[in-house]
Design a binder for this molecule. Structure first.
Ligand code: HEM
Length: 400
């Protein structure tokens, strides 16, 4: 029988319990999502095979794609034009070779070296936020005061988006990625961010500076709508993901005091700990990994047909005992960097070097500067986004 999908997490730290049974059953399990049949990829090796993607498309316009827009016959020409304008530049949804046109322009902006240059600025922002939090203390909501604020400030500086407008893009992003809201409400929230960035790119184009969008504008390779789409993707992906990782990672470390003490004693362990946190928490699970097969092929011993929809279960792949020993244990020393928390293949996260730098600086600085940090709620009481496309906490009350 097909597995009804999605299945929810029941604990902030762990993938849905059903994933273990599904992984045992087969590398590809038949599922149903909103009445559609899909393949659910449960194991690490097959997850990488699908994400590396020969004979696989990520483009929602490809026939059979599970995120296909509504049937074209019911869509007016105006609606179609609006959709095309909105999705221009969303290269996360494009296949090669179109995808490469965007990726090649952006890779130089996100190299390890470029991210190294950003580190002193990220450190300064982390210190300023903690100065503020400590001055207002001795209690705070770590999500609001630190977890959400730090990556939002960093991505705003990188893109030239005024941080004063953070309430607009943070709240609309929350609505956009929540599965609780009506699709029209979510689309309206996305359009508000889009329109805001449309106006911003127009004003940037009048006087392009020596910054990321200044260089893209002067380079002339992207149209106005494509620039707006790239800004949309970077702004949303750049704050919401890392914002969920920071508080959840802090909580995980507080619940593993021995591992935290080891990191305090030897801070050279932080980069490996960050990768283990990314694997262990797997906050981006299946929503981002929507694909369709573009040919008849065999994956994990299963016959998959052209037009079959596929979801890779990232959290299941990252907890596959075939790839990670004792996968449900949090073990910063395990060398977890073959995880798929940033995806795999051509769409592997463009911002991963930035995310790693932010997480390392945010967590190290937090535990150095607030050594007595404690959470004032039990794990069961903490409000979690079980409904969201990206997993996280909506609040994390702390004291020190
Ligand atoms: C902990 C933080 C992050 C996580 C867990 C994460 C996760 C991911 C994942 C899983 C994908 C692949 C999606 C797919 O295969 O379809 C992805 C793609 C992407 N991410 Fe991230 N991300 C993070 C941070 C960031 C940041 C900080 C930025 C921006 C600066 C960013 C920008 C992007 C972009 C632009 C893509 C699309 C890449 C492409 O299609 O070529 N991400 N991310």
């Amino acid at each position: 029988m097909a597995q009804p999908f999605p299945v929810q997490r029941t604990c902030p730290f762990a993938p849905p319990p059903e994933y273990e049974r599904m992984r045992e059953q087969a590398p590809l399990v038949k599922g149903t999502l909103s009445g559609k049949d899909v393949w659910l990829v449960t194991r690490h090796a097959e997850a990488k095979q699908v994400l590396a993607g020969s004979g696989i498309s990520t483009n929602p316009a490809t026939p059979g794609h599970p995120s296909a827009p509504p049937d074209d016959e019911q869509v007016t020409p105006e609606e179609r034009a609006a959709r095309e304008k909105f999705t221009a530049g969303h290269f996360i949804d494009l296949d090669p070779p179109e995808h490469g046109r965007f990726r090649r322009l952006l890779i130089p902006e996100f190299t390890v070296r470029r991210m190294k240059e950003l580190r002193p600025g990220i450190q300064r922002l982390a210190d300023e936020l903690l100065d503020d939090m400590l001055a207002k203390g001795p209690d705070a909501d770590l999500v609001e005061a630190y977890g959400l604020a730090l990556p939002s400030l960093v991505i705003c500086q990188l893109l030239g988006v005024p941080y004063a407008d953070h309430e607009l893009f943070q709240s609309r992003t929350r609505t956009m990625i929540s599965s609780m809201d009506d699709p029209q409400v979510r689309m309206a929230a996305a359009m508000e961010i889009h329109d805001y960035l449309d106006a911003l790119i127009t004003s940037m184009a009048e006087r392009p500076g020596d910054d990321l969008f200044g260089r893209l504008i002067t380079g002339g390779a992207l149209s106005h709508d494509e620039l707006v789409g790239v800004a949309f993707l970077l702004l949303v992906a750049g704050h919401e993901t890392t914002a969920n990782m920071i508080p959840l990672s802090a909580l995980t470390l507080l619940r593993h005091p021995e591992q935290l003490a080891a990191l305090r004693a030897d801070p050279s362990g932080w980069p490996a700990a960050v990768d283990e946190l990314l694997r262990y928490l797997s906050i981006v699970d299946w929503v981002a990994f929507d694909r369709v097969s573009t040919e008849d092929q065999e994956i994990g011993g299963q016959q998959v047909r052209k037009g079959d929809g596929i979801y890779v279960l990232g959290a299941s792949a990252n907890h596959d005992e075939r790839a990670f020993e004792r996968p449900d244990a949090f073990d910063p020393g395990r060398g977890a960097n073959h995880h798929v928390a940033f995806g795999y293949g051509v769409h592997q996260c463009l911002g991963q070097n930035l995310a790693r730098a932010e997480l390392e600086i945010a967590l190290r600085t937090l535990f150095e500067r607030v050594p007595g940090l404690r959470v004032t709620m039990s794990d069961e009481e903490l409000p979690a986004k079980y409904d969201g496309a990206i997993f996280g906490l909506t609040a994390m009350p702390v004291t020190w």
